[in-house]
Design a protein around this ligand. Structure first.
Ligand code: NDP
Length: 389
């Protein structure tokens, strides 16, 4: 029996993970399931899968969760600290499918106890990629990519030498507004942005696909996870979403990963890694598909991509600033406070304000000055103590 935990179990990725786990209940011992506000779903799944503990991120909902779990024998807990505690419970495999930067802390705890971390929560890599990868290394734990593009790259690299990689290409459907006239984009509504042409996903990531902020996060994710330099990573618009990513090698070969747009493929690959298990996903019939189309992304339509390149160039904490600004802009769009195209303007503005061109140099010089001043006063203090003695 493999001990598994699912963080963000009530969401789109979480539910698809539970779908796979439920198909072979004899193989899994469910440790922790976590959710946010959807207490009914969290409690029903925790009962059905006989989880050890169910955790809601919302401390105010602990009473509701307890009531929903009464008599089940499943422990109930709530709040950010409870999420981290649940991640310290021994598990062989942990799905990180919380949305947003809130996924980072439980993911780090899971790695610290040596669990394999199936990473859907791309924000962990965007906000703190070096910390996450370093933590995994230090504890001998593995991070398994679940984003379909990164799972595809991971699979294309099996048995390959990274030194032979020339470029990595992640594909993008182009989102809901791929074929809209540019001048109409400013008027796009939340409902229109929430309808993805190919993938069935949570609302936030669907809107992020329309703006390509999702692809921007994935560019940074590629850079952080695989350690490839920004100039080796490209985005290719591929409306059918059958090719998820391609890896180009120095001998001119391009390895592509193809599959139906169904996240259970990438989740299942991570769940069974390094084996390939049978999965309940549609098989691609290329003769029926007939044609695959490709185009370069239009920078005017998708300004988020250039912002991602800026983040990769700057490094440091710029990913955290970018992600938080993107989330705030998305909140404002969903709330009807700003228009669709203003999201990129808001993010660019926040980045310019918090990360001025000379910001890192200034910050470095400040720290340098502070450290030197601290050292001098400490040396002086010691000298005066020894004089006094
Ligand atoms: P959903 O919005 O469908 O689900 C998010 C999950 O996180 C839910 O369980 C939600 O709880 C929980 N949650 C929300 N806020 C918090 C918080 N502050 N603290 C703890 N838990 C919280 O998202 P998705 O499943 O679509 O996406 C999850 C992650 O996977 C994201 O990082 C996304 O970018 C990534 N991803 C998603 C893909 C997809 O196809 N959906 C594809 C590739 C990557 P509740 O619903 O109960 O409030």
């Amino acid at each position: 029996m493999r001990r598994v935990s699912v963080f963000g179990a009530t969401g789109s990725i979480g539910q698809q993970t539970l779908d796979l786990v439920s198909r072979a209940p004899e193989s899994y011992d469910v440790v922790a399931l976590t959710g946010g506000r959807n207490i009914a779903r969290l409690a029903a799944d925790a009962r059905r899968l006989d989880a050890e503990i169910a955790v809601t991120a919302d401390a105010a909902l602990l009473g509701d969760l307890r009531a929903a779990l009464r008599g089940s024998g499943v422990e109930a807990s709530a709040g950010a600290a409870a999420l981290e505690e649940a991640a310290t419970r021994p598990a062989d495999w942990v799905m990180s499918a919380i949305v947003g930067a809130a996924g980072l802390a439980p993911g780090l705890k899971a790695l610290e106890q040596g669990a394999a971390l199936a990473l859907a929560n791309k924000e962990s890599l965007v906000t703190a990629g070096p910390l996450l990868m370093e933590t995994a290394k230090r504890h001998g734990a593995q991070v398994l990519p679940v984003d379909s593009e990164h799972s595809a790259i991971f699979q294309a690299l099996v048995g390959e030498d990274m030194a032979a990689v020339e470029k990595v290409i992640i594909t993008a459907s182009g989102g809901a507004f791929r074929d809209w006239p540019l001048e109409k984009l400013a008027e796009a509504s939340v409902a229109e942005a929430s309808a993805h042409p190919n993938w069935d996903m949570g609302q936030r990531i669907t809107i992020d696909s329309a703006s390509m902020f999702n692809k921007a996060l994935e560019l940074i994710e590629t850079h952080e996870y695989f350690g490839v330099s920004p100039d080796m990573i490209e985005v290719l618009v591929h409306p059918q979403s059958y090719i998820h990513a391609l890896v180009g090698f120095r001998d001119g070969a391009l390895m592509a990963h193809l599959g139906a747009p169904d996240m259970r493929h990438a989740i299942g690959y991570a769940l069974h890694y390094p084996e390939r298990a049978e999965l309940p996903v549609e098989r691609l019939d290329l003769a029926r598909v007939g044609q695959l189309d490709f185009a370069s992304p239009d920078p005017a339509r998708y300004p988020a991509l250039e912002l991602a390149h800026e983040v990769m160039r700057r490094g440091g904490l710029s990913g955290a600033v970018f992600n938080a600004a993107k989330d705030a802009a998305l909140d404002a769009f969903i709330a009807g406070q700003i228009g669709f195209t203003q999201m990129a303007d808001v993010v660019a503005e926040v980045m310019n304000r918090l990360l001025p061109d000379d910001g890192l140099i200034n910050a470095t010089m400040n720290l340098d000055n502070v450290a030197r001043a601290g050292q001098v006063s400490e040396t002086e203090a010691r000298a005066s103590i020894s004089r006094r003695n």
